[in-house]
Design a protein around this ligand. Structure first.
Ligand SMILES: [Zn+2]
Length: 208
């Protein structure tokens, strides 16, 4: 199933959760957005060319990384104290240097490291875990670990921490529901799927 379909199903999942929780219009928009993103998440494991199509273009990522690096240097310089200050400046400079080496192939890995660094500096556990998820996904082969029960559990923890951070009921169900909807849509029993998913990795390689 393609990205557009996964996004639509994820968004619909968010809408259903919003209705179940009798959410406000603003929350409903947030849930639809979170559901759409979660529904696309497992396919961050797509290799090479396709991966470039899912994330933003090469140049945008490079400029974004550069900007994050520069902001981090300035922020650390003015706000940081003692050791933190130099650590922040160091990480910022490292991001600036690395951003100039970004190639299509490493784009996702570097994006993940950027998210991880952002999570550490903001002390947000969900963002740290999301960074780890993206880095792992960038190395995983397509339809493997991100499309397994292990992947669901890992993403579920991210969703749980995000709900705690936002203090908004329904975030956990929206994200988890969006993610699971992707795996269901990728099952081999559906006529348009040539391949299934290895749900029980690493215990079993059976394709469902
Ligand atoms: Zn998929």
């Amino acid at each position: 199933m393609n990205g557009t379909a996964h996004t639509a199903i994820g968004a619909a999942t968010g809408f259903i959760v919003a209705n179940t929780f009798h959410s406000s219009p603003t929350e409903t928009i947030i849930f639809v957005g979170l559901g759409a993103v979660s529904g696309l998440m497992p396919d961050l494991d797509i290799d090479g060319k396709l991966r470039g199509k899912i994330t933003l273009s090469h140049k945008v990522i490079r400029w974004a990384a550069l900007l994050i690096g520069v902001l981090m240097v300035f922020y650390s310089f003015y706000e940081g104290r003692a050791a933190d200050k130099w650590l922040g400046i160091g990480i910022g400079l490292a991001i600036i240097v690395v951003s100039s080496f970004i190639k299509q192939k490493h784009m996702l890995t570097i994006t993940g490291i950027g998210v991880l660094a952002g999570g550490i500096s903001l002390s947000e556990v969900w963002l740290i875990l999301l960074g780890v998820y993206i880095v792992i996904a960038s190395f995983a082969s397509h339809r493997s670990y991100t499309h397994s029960i292990l992947g669901v559990i890992f993403f579920g923890i991210i969703a749980w921490k995000l709900e705690g951070s936002l203090g908004m009921d329904g975030v956990f169900y929206t994200c988890l529901g969006g993610y699971i909807s992707h795996l269901l849509a990728d099952l081999k029993i559906l006529p348009f799927n040539k391949r299934g998913i290895k749900l029980f990795l690493p215990v079993s390689k059976i394709e469902l």
